[in-house]
Design a protein around this ligand. Structure first.
Ligand SMILES: NC(=O)c1ccc[n+]([C@@H]2O[C@H](COP(=O)([O-])OP(=O)(O)OC[C@H]3O[C@@H](n4cnc5c(N)ncnc54)[C@H](OP(=O)(O)O)[C@@H]3O)[C@@H](O)[C@H]2O)c1
Length: 281
């Protein structure tokens, strides 16, 4: 059992449930990813910024699985938006991953207040990686509605995904709708709001009724809404628990009750992409 795949707009597919490795220190990454692959996850979400691409690759190499069996995403770090820097950074990602391709490569943040507001030339550089086949798919992360519209208007390749913060306290519906309008799959990052939604009474009540954990209910809610997710955990029992979400279904009134928990901007756990301008040194 490895979970369902979703179709991307370019003929490739993506496993709807993956495993995220943000904030997993390099020394713990290989063990966590190996555990995830053992449980059945076939999609790993990493980034150059996370500093653990090499350890993701190490886990895959020692897992007994073939490279082609696992979908790997990485992301362009914020300091490398200029075309030449992006080319070097992408070479570095492939080298760290020990692979001649990545399944999906994203612009990590739009950084609209940096680089003179130009994320289009960065995207056109990612199009080079897509055309030469070293990135099977390319996409966005943290792009707001206006950013998505501008990019689609000013470039040739429609992004395959837009990875944005989504969980019960931040529905992010406008961006999800814009993604859908252009055939862009929404990936919901921090699907558990970093654990903050797990004590919510509404979610707790549904969990008791369906005899599942709050985390399973929240992850199932995402799956039924059609988004791609990759919860992070370094706890083996939770890595397993988070994968056991394909043998039950929430009813439409449960989905609606969780949708109603949306707190808008106040629900964000991460930075607002319109003003985020962090460049790691
Ligand atoms: N594109 C972006 O800008 C961006 C930003 C943030 C995240 N992401 C991606 O999204 C992934 C997931 O987001 P995230 O790591 O921020 O947060 P998350 O997956 O929403 O939550 C992770 C937290 O929840 C805990 N947890 C996991 N499963 C649990 C369970 N079954 N029961 C109770 N607690 C549980 C984990 O604890 P333990 O580890 O201690 O078990 C960890 O503290 C990241 O790893 C990354 O791949 C992308």
């Amino acid at each position: 059992m490895t979970g369902p795949n979703l179709a991307l707009n370019n003929g490739y597919t993506i496993p709807q449930l993956g495993f995220g490795v943000f904030k997993i220190v390099p020394g713990e990454t290989a063990a966590a990813v190996r555990e995830a692959l053992h449980v059945g996850y076939r999609h790993i979400d990493t980034a150059e910024m996370y500093g653990n691409e090499k350890e993701v690759a190490e886990a895959l190499r020692t897992s007994g699985l073939d490279r082609s069996e696992v979908f790997i995403t990485s992301k362009l770090n914020n300091g490398f938006h200029r075309p030449d820097d992006a080319r070097k950074a992408f070479d570095g990602t492939l080298e760290a991953l020990g692979s001649d391709y990545v399944d999906l490569f994203l612009i990590h943040w739009p950084l609209p207040t940096l680089y003179g507001g130009d994320f289009v030339s960065t995207w056109l550089t990612l199009e080079e990686f897509y055309r030469d086949g070293r990135a099977r798919s390319i996409g966005l992360s943290n792009f707001q509605v206006a950013h998505v519209r501008r990019l689609v208007q000013e470039s040739d390749v429609v992004p395959a995904v837009n990875q944005i913060e989504v969980h019960p306290y931040l529905g992010n519906e406008e961006v999800r709708a814009a993604n859908a309008e252009f055939g862009i799959v929404t990936e919901a990052w921090s699907p558990l709001a970093k654990g903050r939604v797990l004590n919510d009474p509404t979610i707790g009540a549904i969990a008791s009724r369906v005899d599942r954990t709050p985390a399973q209910v929240v992850l199932r809610w995402h799956i039924q809404r059609g988004d791609v997710i990759f919860p992070k955990s370094t706890t083996p029992a939770r890595i397993k628990e988070n994968f056991q979400i394909f043998d039950f279904e929430l009813e439409s009134h449960d989905i609606a009750a969780i949708n109603a928990l949306d707190r808008g901007e106040e629900g964000r756990t991460g930075p607002n992409p319109d003003v985020f301008a962090y460049v790691p040194r």
